[in-house]
Design a protein around this ligand. Sequence first.
Ligand code: GLN
Length: 486
Amino acid sequence: MQELHKLTIHESHKLLKEKKVSSVELTEAILKHLNKVDAKVRACMTVTGENAMAAAKAADKAISKGKIEPLTGVPALIKDNMCIKGVRTTCSSKMLENFIPPYDATVIEKLKAVNTVIVGKTNMDEFAMGSSTENSAYFATHNPWNLDCVPGGSSGGSAAAVAIDEAIYALGSDTGGSIRQPAGFCGVVGMKPTYGRVSRFGLVAFASSLDQIGPITKDVTDCALVLNVIAGHDKRDSTTAALDVPDYTKALKPDIKGFRVGVPGEYFVEGMQPEVRQALEAAIKKLEELGAVIDWNVSLPHTKYALAIYYILAPSEASANLARYDGVKYGYSYREAGTMWEAMEKTKQYGFGPEVKRRIMLGTYALSAGYYDAYYVKAQKVRTLIKQEFEEAFKKYDALVTPTSPTVAFKIGEKTDDPVQMYLSDVCTLPINIAGVPAVSIPAGMVNGLPVGMQIIGKHFSEETLLRLAYAYEQATPWHTKKPAA
Ligand code: GLN
C-alpha cells in the first residue's frame, strides 16, 4: 500500500484525476499520520478532522463531475494567523484564545473555491513575532529532523508539518523571513511572493508593509501550483497589484543557460556556520554547471542596516496594529476591573506574551514625539536606499543567491534568553521584505543531519524566474527527496 501522506500535490492530483485514490482516502491517510506524528512534533494548533472529511467528500463529488483543479481534494494546513470562518484562529496568542472569525481570508476563499481540503491550523510564534516557534503562548513545535531543535519561525508549525507529511502542503506568512527561514530549517520549499502579489485580507496583521502570505511545499512544482491559486488582485486589499497571474508552472523548465546570478558577499555574514557556507558554495557551483553565469563578487553595502531598520519599522507597525486588542472589540477581555483603564491594562498584561510586549514598547517608543524623526523617519529613508540597491542589482542580474540562514536549526531554548541572537537568525531574509521583492528558499544540502536552505531573490514580480532557477536546481540535486524519519 502506497503511503499516501508522502505524496506531493502533483502526485496526489494525478492519482485523484485517474480515480486511483479518492480525496476521502487521502484525507483519512493524512489525518491518521498526523495524529501519530504530531504527538512528538507538535506542529498543529487545531485539527479540524470533521470539516476536513466533509471537504474531502465535496471534493470527490466535484471530481466525479469532472471538476478537478491541481489543488482539488488535496489536504493542507494553514498557519494560525489566517482566518477561516468558524474555525478558532489563535495566532498562538492568549489574546485570541477563543476567537472564531466570522469570515474567510481571501486566500482561504480561493483555496475553498478549488475544493482543497483544510485539515487544521498550525502553531507559530505569537503574532508571528519570532524565529523559532518558541514564542507560541501554548507550546513549542519541534523540528522533525531532530526533535531537540527548533523548526524555525514564525511559520514553524507549517514547515515542520510539511516536512513530516502531516499535510501535502501548507500556507505560511512572512514579515521578515517567517516562511523562508523555517522552510530552510525543515528542508522544504518556502516562497515569500512579491509584496502585493497575494492578498492579506483576513491575515492577522503584524507589520502591514512587510507581511505576505506564501506557500510551503515539498517541492518547487507544488510551490508554483499553490501560487497559481492564491496570487492575484483583491479589492479588499488595496496593496495587491492589479496584474494578471501567469501560469507559474510554465516557468518550470530545467534549462537555465545564460541566467545571470549574483552572489552578494554581505549575506555570508560573520558568525556563519562554515559547513553552511560550504554547502552554499557547492549549490552555487551546481547552478553554474547548469549554465547560469555566476558573479561571485556582488556587493550590497546597505544590507548591514537591514536588521536595525527592520526592528524599528516592524515594531512600529505592530504597535499600531496591535492597539486594536483592547478587550472591547474582540479577543480576550479582563472583566473584573473597576475602571476602563484597568480593564485595558489587565487585558494586555494577560493577553500578550513577553516578545509581543517588547515589540509594542519598541514601536511605541520609535513613534513617539521627539523620537519619530530620529528613528522611524530615518529607518524609512534607509528602507528606500535598500530598495534602490536591489533595483540597481537587478539591472545586472536575473537573481541573487544567498543562504536562507547563517546556520542550520538551533537547539530549543538556545536563544530564548537573548532576543538579539534570535533576531540575528533572520539577517539574510529581512532585507527582502524591506525591499518588497520576492524570494524562495529551497533545500540545498545537509549539515549534521539538518537541512540547509538556499535563498533565491528576484526583482518585483519575478516569481517565474525564481521558480525556474529553483526547479532547475531541484531537478539536478537529491535534496528535496530527503525525508526525516517519521
Ligand atoms: N523573525 C522575524 C521577527 O521576529 C520575522 C518574523 C516574520 O517574518 N513574521 O519579526
